[in-house]
Design a protein around this ligand. Structure first.
Ligand code: ZN
Length: 309
């Protein structure tokens, strides 16, 4: 199968307004889609990304104000990293501190400088200075100067009890390569060029299992070019004995899901049709978008959902 890096990451948040204020106001991402959780339409599903919602820049949240808080740990995506241009880390340090955030970690990993902070639900976000940053369109109207704007995902960290079985799925089935390792961190590369994903498998044999809830990643989606390539990928995963969902229409992409051996939920999502399928590129994210079967309930939903600003 041919996967081209990260398509999107989906996590659980608590307060939708705080989530939107942080990702748009502090990080300068664009709210590219405001819709509801199709399985629980009284709650939002919020999508952030670059100006057009390019796959590889998309972060999505289910804000569940009543959900319990999750515990990060083994079997989870425990961090994800954004690419920033060379020389931008000092800007981000100052900018995050001015926003009241704490720089929880900083240093050099595999030769690249990084800083780490936490979002309003304490999820770990890393910012990595990357020489060959991906070409993305910075969000219009963002307060971040375009030369420092986020350039999409750099990669992600999965905390696992052991990395061998998960690594084998990545290399033998998904087309990743094991690039290097430092201590208990094994770096795999998925895809080519600036949009490639750096997938770090962190071995924590004595680590505690994580629990789901707010501040925890629900799943990570990998990019596939189109429906045909997705079917090929599905066939290969099923042949290898994995339990794979049927293709599900998510309006903005088509998805299949499977759990890798370390317990992390993986998705493979198509690039098309994208976020301009139901509203224009100029108005992305400005209106609550609903699938046809929920349009009849629009007034009730709009009255229930809390305002984001
Ligand atoms: Zn997804």
């Amino acid at each position: 199968m041919k996967l081209a890096g990260i398509h999107h990451v989906t996590a659980i948040a608590s307060d939708p307004a705080a989530n939107a204020a942080f990702y748009t106001g502090v990080l300068g991402m664009r709210l590219v889609k405001k819709t509801v959780n199709f399985d629980d339409p009284s709650t939002y599903h919020l999508y952030y990304g670059d100006d057009t919602g390019t796959p590889g820049t998309i972060l999505t949240f289910f804000p569940w104000p009543k959900a319990r808080r999750g515990t990060p740990g083994v079997g989870q995506v425990t961090a994800f990293a954004f690419q920033v241009p060379m020389g931008s880390l000092s800007f981000w340090c100052k900018h995050l501190e001015n926003a009241g955030l704490v720089i929880a970690d900083e240093g050099t990993r595999f030769g690249e400088r990084f800083i780490a902070t936490q979002d309003p639900d304490d999820f770990v976000l890393e910012f990595v200075e990357t020489a060959d940053t991906a070409l993305v369109a910075p969000a219009r109207g963002a307060t971040i100067p375009p030369e420092h704007a986020l350039r999409g995902f750099h990669g992600t960290t999965l905390s696992l009890e052991a990395q061998e079985q998960s690594g084998a799925i990545l290399t033998k089935l998904m087309g990743a390569v094991l690039e290097t390792s430092e201590g208990n961190r094994f770096r795999y590369i998925l895809g080519d060029g600036p949009g490639r994903a750096r997938i770090d498998l962190l071995c924590l044999p004595a680590g505690r299992s994580g629990t789901g809830g707010t501040g925890i990643v629900h799943h990570i989606a990998w990019r596939v070019a189109d429906d045909t390539a997705q079917i090929t990928a599905r066939t290969e995963l099923v042949s290898a004995g994995l339990n794979v969902s049927p293709v599900i229409d998510r309006n903005y992409f088509h998805s299949i899901y499977y759990r890798e051996p370390g317990g992390v939920l993986f998705e493979i999502a198509t690039d098309p049709p994208g976020f301009a399928v139901d509203e224009s590129a100029n108005t992305l994210g400005s209106k609550l978008m609903l699938p046809e079967w929920l349009e009849a309930h629009r007034a009730a939903l709009e009255a229930t959902l809390p305002p984001l600003k």
